[in-house]
Each structure stands twice: as C-alpha cells, then as structure tokens.
Design a protein. Sequence first.
Length: 481
Amino acid sequence: MAIGAVAAQFVFISAAAVFAAQGQREVPDFKTEQGRAHYQRGLKYGDRGLWAPAILELNRANSLEPGNAGILMELGIVHGERKEWKQAIASLRKAAAIAPSSAQAHYNLALTLDRADPGKGAGTAEYWKALRLDPRYVQALINLAIDVGDHDAAESRRLLNRALQLDARNAQAHLNLALLLKREAQVGASIPEFRRAIELDPDLLEARRQLAELLSSEQQWDQIIEQCQEILKREPDDAGARYTLGQALIRSGKMEDGRKEFDRAQALRQRAQQLQQAQKFQADGIRELKAGKVAEAVKAFTAAVELDRSSANHMYLGIGLAASEDVKSGIRELTTALELEPSNAQAHVNLGSLYLQAGQDYLGKAEFEKALQSNPWLPEAHNNLGLVLSKANQPDQALEHFRLAADLNPQYLEAVFNLGLCERALGRLEDALSAFRRAAELAPNNARVQYALGLTLKDKGDTAGGQAAINRAARLERQSK
C-alpha cells in the first residue's frame, strides 16, 4: 500500500510515557524495607524492558504489601507491556480502588482498557476520573480526545487544544490534532500540525506518513521524497514508503531511481505476505496441537517452515513431530532451530524436554542450563531443571528452581505443585501446605493436587481436613475415568 492509502489512525500516549512527562512516579508509601527493595528492583528491570524479572520482583513486593496501590499499579503496567490484559486490568482496577484519588492509577487503567480492546473507547470513564483529579494531566487529555473523537469531534478538538495550551511542545498532541483535522477534510489546517509534530519529534513516523499523503495530492514531489527518505532511514523495510518514494522520483523525472524503489517495494511486499502467511500457519498449528489434532498441526507447521525457515517455525515443527511420536525428527528440527538462533531459550527448553522423555537426563539438564543462560527468567526452564535436580537427589537446588518458576509465573500450576512436592520431601510441611493450597486454588478439580494437599494436612495434624481432601481426590479420579 502506498503512503497515499494510509488511514488516519489516532495515536495513544502509552503508560511508559506517563512518568517522563509527569516528571516522576508517584512514590508509594512502604511498610517494609523488603517491599521497597523488591519494588525498586522491579522498576529497574521494567525501565530496561525486562518484563519477566520486573513481574517477579513486583509480585514479591506485592506479597509483602498486598494493599499497596503503587506496587499494583506498576504490576499492572508491566503485565500490559506483555499484553497480559486480564492480569493487567485486575491489578490496575485494584490499585484504583485502593487509591481512588490517584490520577495516575485511573490514567493507567484507562490506557490499559483501551489497549486491551482497541477502538471501543473503553477507557473514557477512567480518563475523566483522572482529569477531575488533575485537570492539567496532558496525557489523559490527549487519550480522552482520541476516545471521544469518533462521535464528538468538537469535544475531541477542545481536549487537544487544552493539551496544547498546557504543553505547546507535545508532539503527540499536534499529531492527533492533525489527524482530527485531516479526518474532517481540513487539509490546509492539518499540514502545519503534522509539520510541527515532526519538528518536535523527528522520529514520529506516523506524522511523516500522513504528511507525505497530503503532499501527494498537492504534487509536492521534492517534499514527499524528503519525508520518505527520512522514514526509510529509520525503517528501511517500509514497503509503503518505498513505493511512494518511487512514485515521487518518477514524477520528478528520476525514472531509473523510481523503478528501483518500485522493485524494492514489490520485493518487500512479497516477503511480508510470505511472513504473514507463515505466521498464520504457525498460529493454526498451535491451535490444532492444543486441540490434540497432531497430524493437522504438523502439516501447518511444515507449511510455515516452507515459507519462513525461522528458528521459531523449526521449533514448532519439532514440537509437533515429537507429539506425533516421531521424537528423532523432533530433535532434528529443534536442533536446526538452535543452529539458526542459538539464544532461542524456548527451543532449548523443548529440546531438553525431549531428552528427558528419552531418559537422557544429562542432555536435558544441559539444554535447560543453556536456556537459562539466554533467559534467566524463563519459568519453564527453571521448573524442568528443578525436575532433573530432584531426580538426581539434589532437592535443595531443585527447590530454588521450583520457587523461581512459581514466582515468575504464579499461575504456573506444575511449578507450584512441584514446589509443594519438593518442600514436602525436605520435611518443610508448612511451606508445602502453602504451595499445595496455591495449587488447589489454581486447579480445584485436579485429583493429584487434592491428594497431596490431603496427605500434607494429615501430616500437619488436620486429620478431618486431610481426609476430606483425599476423598475429593478419589471422587475426581473416578469422574475422570
């Protein structure tokens, strides 16, 4: 698609931009120094884009201070960065309920609601709450203008103008005002706003794309060439920019250069289509595999590899082949995945799992350790390494890995259950009981969990509670047959 066909899409201000614009985070009050330390480590990881360890540290802070709105807010933001919308919204709703006078809590909830369900204006009510608390909250004004723009252009413009009164150098406000004016066919008014947005933020590529489209209608070929070249400096694989550049070059008499850009644009589009189709095959294969349709999954993964011989596609084909009981071919594909991308931690975990199935624990252990060298915060790698260490009669080391896996992903049933088993084997019954209760909350209808919970309750002296759990386990076992 040429730049001339770009639709006018409003651009939200993200949670990550809030704090820089506002000057500083709302610093929570802490009841414990441990909670503060975990929170601060979580922020440091988050600022570096390391979401898994950020969640680990923030979860630990939250377990120490479960009513701390600041911790919950940061936890919600980080889950949102991972597109874990359910957890993000739950954390942010709780933060806003605990701290109803926090404009940032309402803003971040609003933004996450909008990101989770785009184009529906889901965050509108929360933006208004933020603005009632802080009428000078520029980011809330901009995003609220986007939410109301589809049905109330006048109100949207009022909000954007107010944002610019408060912060005349806000590139996003100029961009969104320009988009609004363009959508209302006020081309003459929108062009200066796009230019101002670019002047304030030269990396704002959406403004350059939209400006190039408007300049095309005015046949301003030299200016179009300039904007396309600036886009391509930053995104060389932008097929639309290359196509529009080709048009502008030809119109300005540079025929050979224009045809070269057309050829590059065509090659980029064809490759993009191949990658898109490969991604669809990969998603189809994952869905079929989850549904137990192994043959169909292998077929889809094979088609993905034919279009895109990426490490990820070879990995999924290896998983599918192993599930079809062709372990040898599965190992071959996973090995290929790692030859293409030695740092693919998930591929190391899956290859290690196949080695465990084949009884080659030492090879499995090596793969899990390689996975953790690439990604020290991968829950599956910690859980599986814990299993190997437990089998090797190294329960203390296994315990640390199970605990890390369960902390990194509190919803990871296998890790929580294995943590309980390891604690029990070490005679730490109180900790084992806590882990089995967590597992029972995650999977109340899991017979193994209920049985382990029952045995541990009995060992702790709760005979009646233990027997009740064991009876539930027996009932669930009968129902599963």
